[in-house]
Ligand binder design. Structure first.
Ligand code: ZN
Length: 243
């Protein structure tokens, strides 16, 4: 699989890469800054500019936009706006950073808020969806009211204001699985890999996660609840935005 630059450095905005496979508008690279969709986080977008084609350096390379990125059968596939790239071509990749940074802010905020909801109520998080203008997460809780969630949001915002460092690192699977609560999503088991990527947000949350995050909570802003939904006896859904 391609080297996943976005897991090691969430702030890598540009990088050169080589095309290792191409099928129509679907392209695989040897290394990539584009995070694929998964774990409730939509894929990155951006563009690729051709640096060399068929072994020849191109001075004013053709531009391809990256519309979607997916992990398919163990490989990372970039869906481009058109065909034309071939194995061996070299491209300069540029991330749509404005979009990505929003997704990072929402993703880290979602971890903080769900960790606090879990800690305060014992609720299990059953799903989440991050977008560029809002995020939501679902959890299981029978006795639920607006006051509880408001307290959680207040606590989450206080944590965010403490400018907590967000650390991302890899741990051997065996060691990672010893961390209490390292797997937060009730439905998600970490992939069968030797090393798990851990995302640690100050003293608030630690979990195995393949998403992109800010490096300090000071970048997040403040959480504001937009809507609360009751979806059945114990299924709750919270929508929030960042200001
Ligand atoms: Zn996550």
């Amino acid at each position: 699989m391609a080297q996943t630059i976005f897991l090691e450095d969430c702030y890598a905005k540009e990088a050169d890469a080589a095309v290792i496979a191409a099928e129509g508008n679907k392209v695989e690279l040897d290394r990539t800054i584009f995070c694929y969709q998964g774990g409730g986080q939509p894929s990155d977008q951006g563009k690729m500019v051709v640096i060399s084609s068929g072994g020849m350096v191109v001075s004013c390379g053709e531009e391809y936009s990256v519309a979607d990125v997916k992990k398919e059968r163990g490989t990372i596939i970039h869906y481009l706006n058109k065909e034309g790239l071939n194995p061996g071509d070299k491209v300069h990749c540029i991330l749509d950073w404005e979009r990505r940074h929003k997704l990072m802010r929402y993703h880290t905020a979602a971890h903080i808020l769900s960790a606090i909801v879990n800690k305060k109520t014992g609720a299990l998080i059953t799903g989440n969806q991050i977008e560029t203008e809002q995020a939501r997460f679902d959890f299981n809780l029978e006795n639920f009211n607006r006051v509880i969630i408001e307290e959680c949001v207040k606590e989450a915002n206080e944590a965010i204001k403490r400018s907590l460092p967000v650390k991302m690192y890899f741990l051997p699977r065996k060691e990672a699985m010893k961390i209490p609560g390292v797997v937060k999503l009730a439905t998600a088991l970490p992939p069968q890999v030797d090393k798990l990527r851990i995302v640690e947000i100050g003293d608030v949350d630690i979990q195995a996660d393949g998403g992109t995050h800010v490096k300090n909570t000071a970048e997040i802003g403040q959480i504001e609840v937009i809507k609360l939904d009751n979806k059945g006896k114990s299924n709750r859904r919270v929508y929030f935005k960042l200001s």
